[in-house]
Design a binder for this molecule. Sequence first.
Ligand SMILES: *[C@@H]1O[C@H](CO)[C@@H](O)[C@H](O)[C@H]1NC(C)=O
Ligand SMILES: *[C@@H]1O[C@H](CO)[C@@H](O)[C@H](O)[C@H]1NC(C)=O
Ligand SMILES: *[C@@H]1O[C@H](CO)[C@@H](O)[C@H](O)[C@H]1NC(C)=O
Ligand SMILES: *[C@@H]1O[C@H](CO)[C@@H](O)[C@H](O)[C@H]1NC(C)=O
Length: 514
Amino acid sequence: MHVRKCTRTSIVVLFLLIIPLFTADSQPPHIVFIFADDFGWNDVGYHDSEIKTPNLDTLSATGVRLENYYVQPLCTPSRNQLMTGRYQIHTGMQHQIIWPCQPYCVPLEEKLLPQLLKQAGYDTHMVGKWHLGMYRKDCLPTRRGFDSFFGYLTGSEDYFSHVRCHPLPSKLNRCALDLRDGEEVATGYKGQYSTELLTKRVVNLISQHDPRKPAFLYVALQAVHGPLQVPDRYVAPYAFIKDPQRRLYAGMVSAMDEAVGNITAALRETGLWNNTVLVFSTDNGGQTLSGGSNWPLRGRKASLWEGGVRGVAFVASPLLQQPGTVSRELIHVSDWLPTLVGLAGGQLNGTKTLDGFDVWKTISHGNTSPRLELLHNIDPLFVDMGECPGRDEELSSRSSEDRRWSSLGFNVSVHAAIRFSNWKLLTGYPGCDVWFPRPGGSSTTKTGALKPVMLFDIDSDPEERAEVSDHFPLVVEFLLRRLNHHQSTARPIVFPDDDPRCDPGPAGAWGPWA
Ligand SMILES: *[C@@H]1O[C@H](CO)[C@@H](O)[C@H](O)[C@H]1NC(C)=O
Ligand SMILES: *[C@@H]1O[C@H](CO)[C@@H](O)[C@H](O)[C@H]1NC(C)=O
Ligand SMILES: *[C@@H]1O[C@H](CO)[C@@H](O)[C@H](O)[C@H]1NC(C)=O
Ligand SMILES: *[C@@H]1O[C@H](CO)[C@@H](O)[C@H](O)[C@H]1NC(C)=O
């Protein structure tokens, strides 16, 4: 008798726990994750940009804008953390991106987000950019949890021809198609603008979806990564922008904004919206070399400055408990895996130790974030990419103080950054360090030489203008110890040489060769 009563009580408790999450419907929510590529902090209308994004503005205004949200500084790393819920140092992928001829991918023993959602009963579809490795078939999205895939495996291709040019180990510049439907090469889409092509596929998936099954749609748009290409009609409203790169980029952003509008309209028309959680996030900071802007933040894509890692993001959903709010809680791209699997009512067993936190209550209810610390990265092999005006790679020579820091065990010449609460510590060369002006504004500014160890109070100084390591030696010491701890858990870097067998030939398509 007694045992039975206990069981009944626990069943009631279980119900009380489950009901508030799924009041709208008896099934877990549909999840739509839209990943924009290289979309900068100053490129969304609601950050006071000259670029118009009416759909993103409206959708986020009725949802929760994430204003203290972080991504990784590059494409592969952010996608990797989204899919694994783990820091790059734990997958051996702390260095750069996967180039088309490199024979590696996200380690196959990692359990990816779509696999976990599939296990929780979801239909899982991916449209857009993979960029998590493809040298062998086991690495493809269709072998890693997605029921369907339409998109491309590398990055940087032409928006109309879907061709990617990349030098082979032989130095020959190979231009080949990079577009697939499932695992098959998708020919016949030449001339169709990527943002519209991918959106059409997403809208089709939505209209064909059986609403009784929960869906996970991962929409990894090509927009707004270079090359700067866009149909004229999207650029027409931006005749007032003088910089031709920024003007084209603005048009690309408008096309992306329209894409988000079309996707949400399709969700509403099919009635799926009532039980959908939509996440919009950039994958890294804007690329100032091709039209992007992170003003007023410092640095850009590929750097560990705020301009590289503080991301535009929001959640929109009828299931949010506090719609129409702004969240200033610390949230990171690695948090989506536990958060979304939690929403799905799924299981996290089978994953390796996660670095992400379940932040649903933070986003939906406005609770305090469970995340206090954030490791931005540790990459001993870092080299900067691209022109940086007035670049200052010369770190000031070792002072006695720097020697003291090194005695704590962490090599402060290594490119690394860590956040704890309001504090951010950077070591080594963090990447292009200038403050790029507001688009249309006057020239770039920079201050004196960089130091090997730099500390900023990000809450009061998000532009990273006042370096305060001299004033808070105990904070510096604590954060260097934390870096040292994280580095001790790192896997060796995997970054193999190009494999000559990657060559698809002049008539082929980029894809698995091993
Ligand atoms: C949005 O939908 C309209 C109407 O179907 C279409 O003309 C337009 O190309 C779509 N935009 C994008 C970016 O897909
Ligand atoms: C969605 O929710 C609204 C408001 O609760 C309701 O009026 C509408 O009928 C629902 N639509 C579907 C398709 O369930
Ligand atoms: C996860 O745990 C649940 C319950 O403990 C179990 O039923 C399920 O088989 C486990 N899944 C995996 C993949 O280990
Ligand atoms: C410290 O890191 C730098 C940059 O990665 C490297 O060149 C140097 O050899 C390292 N020093 C030691 C003592 O490991």
